[in-house]
Write a protein that binds this ligand. Sequence first.
Ligand SMILES: [Zn+2]
Length: 221
Amino acid sequence: MKRGIGNIYVKKKFGGIVMGKLYFRYGAMGSSKTANALMVRYNYIEKGQNAIILKPRAENRDGEKTVKSRIGLSAECTFVEDFLDTVTNEWFTGKSDSWKKLDCVIVDEAQFLLEEQVDLLAEVVDKYDLPVICYGLRTDFTSHLFTGSKRLMEIANYIEEVPTVCWCGRRAHFNARVHDGKIVRSGEQIMMGGNESYVSVCRRHFLSGEVNGERERNLNE
Ligand SMILES: [Zn+2]
């Protein structure tokens, strides 16, 4: 099976059995997860296949059924809750076989999924041999796992990092919440409409609280 960012996940046959897999691709803020999700979707469409893109309704920054990346790519999406209603009420009961028309399910902002939603997505993988590719943050601004990410870490077939870097050049694994230029270490996990922003930083700079800085380059080393 070909793997990698932007690659299409071709359903591969092993002894006549088509195998879908559950993927969790995590990254800090600013790691282009949404752009990657949209690229994967585009790759399916380009090959004449059908990929649906989902996001949790709870993730409601814009209130729209749209997935947007910072670099300007966007696509219409379906709420996870609506998709899973169809799965449980129509697919599992045999009322509909619309799963046959789907080749891939992509989930953006998967950190906001509930545990039971992740479990249902895993059932979709196993019952219908559909690849389900989830993109999300690993941890919140206090460096603890989000609910959806925790469950995905527990049950996904593949766990892959979408990398990004701290201002110092190290790999960034932490999402620092910043208010008036200073790191914030307590508060609600999800802040809606506040003046906070987020900066992805390495562990050293998360712990020290230095969310801004200039990379020092030592050319003599
Ligand atoms: Zn750093």
